[in-house]
Ligand binder design. Structure first.
Ligand code: HEC
Ligand code: HEC
Length: 585
């Protein structure tokens, strides 16, 4: 309140022509924009440190953005600098940024100045300039956006709240007035009104009564809820010219179930992705030619994923399908072996889709088995190697076309979303409400309840020696090294490939967020398959993952993964248990 008195003595603008002593502004200095003297710190009522970020200015042009740019000690009235920290993968953040005008409220517009900080891009890697541009485009009121991969305001987030995390700063003093995690639109607008009233020494406005849908959900939750399904057809895949070709899908189906593609004659894709088990295998880790260290995901919704495998080492469904064949613990096969099996058993169907096969009957030119790195392969001409690899790639494209035809039947959540408010029981609704309260919807959102990004949540390893799995760091390196990338020579549209990300420290121990649609049917859980029940998963979230000194996981649990109590754990389970996904006939 004392600040208001000072402000009255302060001229907002000074020019060179101003004669005499400079007037005293809030900072006790002349209007020279020297940052406040008080010790800057990340604490309520402390001066915010004068941070600088790389980002985009009001017009969307590249710019260095410094907090002192917002400092206006001589303004007649304080404004609030709203610093909102989001992640591009975060569902709740996307809602907030798309509703910025509404959150600001028409009458507060003049009194607010916004800075959007982005901690990560869509897949969880540090934000690139294109990621900032896309984030800016999501706003209904685009302004300044900057990259902040280290979550500078994290020290204020002592309660580990969900994103977006908002900090309010008084622009005349640069003191931090308030900080909070994701909140309802009403609570957000109310905190803006309260802070401005305090700065103006006016009575605080009365808090609005939040809207409630079905007696439980706020409007933000209700809208996010209605984006949860049901999933339609998978997104187009221009990197596979046969992605939606029915003949390729029919061939792919044959190949998917054919054990003759494995040298033992016993392993097919369906061994570990069994339609009777929702296209998973029900085991902690898979058993093929050997025992693996990761849990087999359901394939029902795989065609919707941006990245394949827990560590995202494949960036298309067709290139994913090539991995298991040459993996010694899965098929233990090789591309030459696969090409021969297709030539012997599926030649007509294959040639009808992809054209003439090479002369695989000539065993002198095309040995029975072999792949890059072994002697049989090295003895072949480069042209023959190329034609075999092309057959192998087309096997992947046919299998992918089949996987793309899989559809999940709507479940009771979909019936609820379609308007049948009795489709869920009271405990299930309570679980759904808790899902929002506990911050799950940051990462698990949309029709399949996933953000398709990589995160560190410290789930236990599945490696037989108990060593932690390095996850995305290794997956990213393998992807960058792959011959079968979506932007590589075997892609049918190399321009459709993903932006190349640089491995960052945040990727150690990070795994892909699995879809939760269908989760009720696919125990056990986690990349290592070590969590037997959904209750075990919820309980692990309650402690924000394994403890930092537990050697079965790597990396630090991300700061926005909220801790919670047994009450929330028990509440969540009935909701997760209704998320079944039967295969549509
Ligand atoms: C021996 C068991 C086994 C066999 C055989 C197998 N898979 Fe898998 N599959 C797995 C496991 C385990 C994973 C997870 C591995 C990882 O993430 O590192 C996986 C992952 C996948 C994924 C990624 C799904 C996602 O959401 O990330 C797809 C798609 C897939 N497999 C399809 C296939 C196809 C197609 C075949 C046949 C060519 C096949 N699998 C053969 C066990 C198997
Ligand atoms: C920061 C992003 C993030 C948040 C927040 C988050 N999850 Fe996850 N979730 C993940 C990732 C990543 C995995 C895979 C972890 C692994 O296996 O290492 C996962 C795995 C799961 C699984 C196991 C699914 C399977 O098929 O194995 C369930 C169930 C789950 N989460 C539910 C929840 C619930 C309930 C909440 C809220 C309490 C939540 N998640 C919050 C990212 C997140």
């Amino acid at each position: 309140m004392a600040l208001v008195g000072l402000a009255a003595a302060c001229k907002p603008v000074l020019t060179e022509a101003d004669a005499g002593p400079r007037p005293l502004c809030v900072n006790g200095q002349s209007a020279d924009r020297l940052y406040p003297r008080a010790e800057p710190a990340f604490a309520l009522l402390a001066t915010v440190p004068d941070l600088t970020f790389d980002g985009l200015d009001e017009q969307g042009q590249p710019a260095r953005i410094a907090l002192h740019d917002f400092y206006e000690p001589c303004a007649a009235r304080s404004r609030l600098l709203v610093i909102r920290t989001s992640a591009a993968w975060c569902g709740t953040c996307r809602w907030d940024v798309a509703h910025t005008s509404e959150l600001a409220g028409a009458d507060l517009g003049e009194r607010l100045v916004w800075l959007e900080l982005v901690v990560a891009g869509e897949d969880g890697s540090p934000p690139t300039r294109p990621a900032l541009e896309r984030w800016r485009a999501r706003s209904d009121r685009p302004g300044r956006v900057a990259a902040d991969p280290s979550f500078s305001f994290g020290p204020l987030d002592t309660l580990r709240e969900s994103l977006p995390f908002t900090v309010l700063v008084d622009t005349r003093t640069m003191t931090i007035r308030a900080a909070s995690g994701s909140s309802s639109p009403e609570a957000f607008a109310s905190s803006l009104g309260t802070e401005l009233a305090d700065l103006d020494a006016r009575p605080r406005p009365s808090a609005p009564t939040p809207e409630r849908f079905d007696g439980l959900f706020g409007r933000k939750e209700w809208e996010l809820l209605h984006q949860m399904g049901p999933p339609g057809a998978p997104p187009a895949d221009p990197t596979n010219a046969w992605a939606d070709d029915p003949a390729a899908a029919a061939l792919g189906r044959q190949l998917f179930f054919d054990p003759s593609l494995s040298p033992s004659g016993t392993i097919s894709c369906a061994s570990c992705h069994d339609p009777a088990k929702h296209f998973a295998d029900g085991r902690p880790t898979s058993q093929g030619a050997g025992v693996g260290s990761r849990n087999a995901p359901s394939l029902l919704l795989a065609a919707h994923r941006r990245w394949q495998f827990w560590d995202g080492r494949a960036d298309s469904l067709w290139s994913q399908a090539l991995g298991p064949f040459e993996n010694p613990v899965e098929f233990g096969s090789s591309r030459l072996f696969v090409a021969h099996a297709v030539f012997d058993r599926h030649r007509a169907a294959f040639e009808a889709v992809f054209g003439a096969m090479p002369a695989l009957g000539d065993l002198a030119r095309f040995p029975a088995a072999g792949m890059p790195g072994d002697a049989a392969w090295s003895a072949m001409t480069a042209a023959d190697q190329q034609s075999v690899t092309r057959v192998f790639v087309n096997v992947g494209k046919a299998i992918a076309a089949y996987e793309r035809t899989l559809r999940a039947r709507p479940n009771r959540l979909d019936a609820y979303l379609a308007g049948d408010l009795t489709a869920l029981s009271a405990t299930e609704k309570k679980g759904l409400q808790t899902f929002f309260v506990a911050g799950c919807a940051q990462c698990h959102w949309g029709p399949n309840l996933t953000d398709d990004a990589f995160h560190v949540v410290r789930f236990p390893t599945g490696q037989p020696d108990g060593q932690a799995d390095r996850g995305r760091v290794d997956g990213l390196a393998a992807w960058l090294d792959s011959d079968f990338g979506a932007s590589g020579a075997f892609s049918d549209d190399p321009d459709a490939g993903a932006e190349r990300a640089a491995p960052g420290p945040s990727m150690l121990g990070a795994f892909k967020t699995p879809p939760l649609r269908g989760v009720a049917d696919t125990a056990p859980y986690g990349h290592g398959g070590t969590l037997a029940t959904l209750h075990d998963v919820a309980a692990l979230y309650g402690t924000a993952g394994l403890q930092p000194d537990d050697a079965r996981a790597l990396g630090q649990t991300e700061p926005w993964v909220t801790r919670f109590t047994a009450g929330h754990v028990d509440a969540l389970v009935p909701f997760l248990e209704l998320l079944s996904a039967d295969v549509a006939p």
